[in-house]
Write a protein that binds this ligand. Structure first.
Ligand SMILES: [Mg+2]
Length: 225
C-alpha cells in the first residue's frame, strides 16, 4: 500500500512545546472551569487531570459528566492572541514542501484555531484540509471512532496515512487503523500513560525531522517488504 497522506497533529506538533500557546489555552481552560463549574483553582486543576486520564481531554470529561455549553467552551479557550506566541517558520514550510504526499491537519482543537496557528506559522498553503473537533462530531482522539471519522472525511484508508503526533496516547487508535506513526518530542510526552512500543514507528525530537523520516519510509515503501 503506497502512502497518500501525512496527517499532522497541530498543537505542540507543528510548533515546539514551550512556545506558550498550550500554557495560555490551559490557563483559559482553568478560568472557564472555575467560572462555569464554580470551582476553586486547585479543584479545577484536579478535575482537568482526572478528565485527561479518563476521557482523553478536559472537554471529553465536560461533555460526559456535565451539562455545559461546549461551543462556548471551545470559543473561550481558543480565544488567544496567537501571533504573540508564533511567528512564520520558513524551515517548516520548506520541510513540508519537500514531502511529496498530500497533507492535512487533524486536531482535538477547533479548525478555526488550526487555521490561525497555520497562518501564524505561514504554512497554511501546505495543507489541503484542517479537521478539528467539530468536524468529527466532538469526539476526541482518545477514541478510535474519531480517527475513523477523520479518515472518512479525507476519503483515505489508514494504511495510506502517516500520522505525526506529540501525544503518545493518541497513537494507539491511529496504529490500530493501520497508520504509520511518528512521535514528536517523546521525552516530554505524557509519561503517565503507557503506550505499547509497537504503536510508535518513529520517534523524533522535532517536527523538522519528519521530512527525513518520510523520505526514508517512501524509499522502503517503493522497495517493498
Ligand atoms: Mg498535540
Amino acid at each position: 500500500m503506497a502512502f497518500e497522506f501525512v496527517i499532522f497533529d497541530l498543537d505542540n506538533t507543528l510548533y515546539p512545546r514551550g512556545s506558550g500557546v498550550m500554557e495560555e489555552i490551559g490557563h483559559r481552560i482553568q478560568v472557564w472551569i472555575c467560572d462555569q463549574l464554580d470551582l476553586g483553582w486547585e479543584e479545577a486543576t484536579e478535575l482537568r487531570y482526572r478528565y485527561l486520564r479518563r476521557h482523553g481531554t478536559t472537554m471529553g470529561g465536560l461533555m460526559t459528566e456535565h451539562n455545559v455549553d461546549i461551543d462556548h467552551y471551545l470559543t473561550f479557550v481558543h480565544d488567544i492572541p496567537i501571533e504573540d506566541y508564533l511567528e512564520p517558520n520558513l524551515a517548516l514550510a520548506d520541510m513540508l514542501a519537500g514531502i511529496p504526499l498530500r497533507k492535512a491537519v487533524y486536531t482535538n482543537a477547533t479548525s478555526e484555531h488550526g487555521r490561525r496557528v497555520l497562518e501564524a506559522l505561514d504554512v497554511a498553503d501546505h495543507f489541503e484540509r484542517i479537521i478539528g473537533i467539530r468536524e468529527v462530531g466532538l469526539c476526541n482522539k482518545f477514541n478510535r471512532e474519531a480517527y475513523e471519522r477523520m479518515l472518512a472525511l479525507l476519503d483515505v484508508g489508514g494504511e495510506a496515512c502517516i500520522m505525526v503526533e506529540d501525544s503518545p496516547r493518541n497513537l494507539p487508535p491511529a496504529k490500530a487503523l493501520g497508520m504509520t506513526t511518528i512521535l514528536i518530542d517523546h521525552d516530554e510526552g505524557e509519561r503517565f500513560i503507557d503506550v505499547p512500543e509497537h504503536c510508535i514507528d518513529y520517534a523524533v525530537d522535532s517536527v523538522q525531522e519528519v521530512g527525513k523520516v518520510i523520505e526514508g519510509s517512501l524509499k522502503d515503501d517503493k522497495n517493498g517488504p
